[in-house]
Design a protein around this ligand. Structure first.
Ligand SMILES: NC(=O)c1ccc[n+]([C@@H]2O[C@H](COP(=O)([O-])OP(=O)(O)OC[C@H]3O[C@@H](n4cnc5c(N)ncnc54)[C@H](O)[C@@H]3O)[C@@H](O)[C@H]2O)c1
Length: 308
């Protein structure tokens, strides 16, 4: 539990899903954590949870794509905790649209939120690490969208792919300062499953939306070699490793936390050989929040669920 003892971290985009879980796990390993989000209630909820568990955290509200906000968040962290060792960034907004119908405002919003937030978090974070003599670690949360083309996903894919290669370049720029930059790539997450599959699971008349980029949860599960979706905790463990001195010889690398999706032969469908119905998967699994198991399945899905 002391893998990050005496270290100080900032998490940008730290609402209760992936960012909040990462903030919780960093704090549980001994780091003092600044939880930052554009939404005050999201940051405060995460800080309340972490403090409730007995760990150290503070919240600073700000927009990760605005230079002055990011500088203020970094300055406030150093003022409160005296140094900076770890920056984790995942802030951004997704716009789904076909290339032919793409609005430039939506394009700018997607690219500026993910890629510009990545630059600012790295830049201000690294400056603060240098000022306090820290051999720090910077981690950006990606998506399979950084590695593949996706129908209706051009702005998200471009933003994440830009962020991925930015991170590799930043790793080269900062290596001689002893500052490492790595990335973690999840595929579609289990909490996303809970928020999108209600109708699909329970409404017999449910039909797939006409959007070309849409795939059902069953179709997605069928592609996953490990036959499970990643949880926020799976990403948080990878992030703790990259934040800690255990990964001190790693920089510019990308860790796939995607149940094997990115490394499978594209035309092989694991679900054909190892069938698993999405409803059975859903009934057998446990919802987690901040990495802690919940009994919230009924509440989340809006109706009673018989466990398998
Ligand atoms: N959920 C998934 O299935 C999935 C899959 C692959 C990758 N990801 C990536 O993981 C990251 C987190 O995903 P999540 O599911 O926890 O999303 P989420 O929407 O629950 O959390 C994102 C948080 O970032 C905050 N945020 C957005 N724009 C911001 C800004 N400009 N400044 C500061 N905060 C901002 C939001 O308020 C929110 O709290 C994202 O980068 C996302 O692209 C998610």
């Amino acid at each position: 539990m002391d893998r990050l003892k005496n270290k100080v971290a900032i998490v940008f985009g730290a609402g209760p899903n992936i960012g909040g879980t990462i903030a919780h796990f960093l704090a549980r390993e001994g780091a003092s954590v600044c939880v930052s989000d554009v939404k005050a209630e999201a940051a405060e909820e995460t800080v309340a949870f972490i403090r409730g568990e007995g760990w150290e955290a503070m919240s600073v509200v700000g927009n990760a794509r605005i230079d002055a906000d990011v500088k203020r968040i970094v300055d406030a962290t150093v003022e409160q905790y005296g140094r900076l060792d770890i920056v984790v960034n995942m802030a951004g907004r997704v716009h789904w649209d076909d290339v032919l119908g793409m609005q430039t405002d939506d394009w700018d919003d997607s690219v500026a939120s993910f890629a510009t937030a990545g630059l600012l978090a790295t830049q201000h974070g690294a400056r603060a690490m240098l000022a306090c003599g820290a051999h720090g670690s910077i981690i950006h949360i990606m998506s399979t969208a950084a590695h593949f083309g996706e129908a209706d996903g051009a702005s998200y894919c471009a933003a994440k792919a830009g962020l991925l290669n930015f991170a590799r370049s930043a790793a080269m720029d900062l290596a001689h300062h002893g500052i490492r930059v790595n990335t973690v790539t999840p595929c579609s997450m289990e909490h996303q499953l809970w928020t999108t599959m209600r109708d699909e699971m329970f409404d017999p008349a449910w039909q797939q939306p006409a959007r070309r980029g849409f795939y059902s949860r069953q179709e997605y599960l069928d592609q996953l070699p490990l036959r499970r979706f990643p949880r926020a905790a799976d990403l948080a463990w990878a992030t703790v490793f990259l934040a800690s001195d255990e990964s001190s010889c790693m920089t510019g690398s990308d860790m796939a936390v995607d149940a094997g999706l990115r490394h499978k032969y594209p035309t092989w469908t694991p679900g054909k050989h190892d069938p698993l119905a999405i409803n059975d998967y859903a009934r057998a699994t446990r919802v987690t929040r901040y990495g802690v198991e919940q009994e919230l399945l009924t509440e989340l899905l809006g109706q009673p669920v018989e466990r398998s």
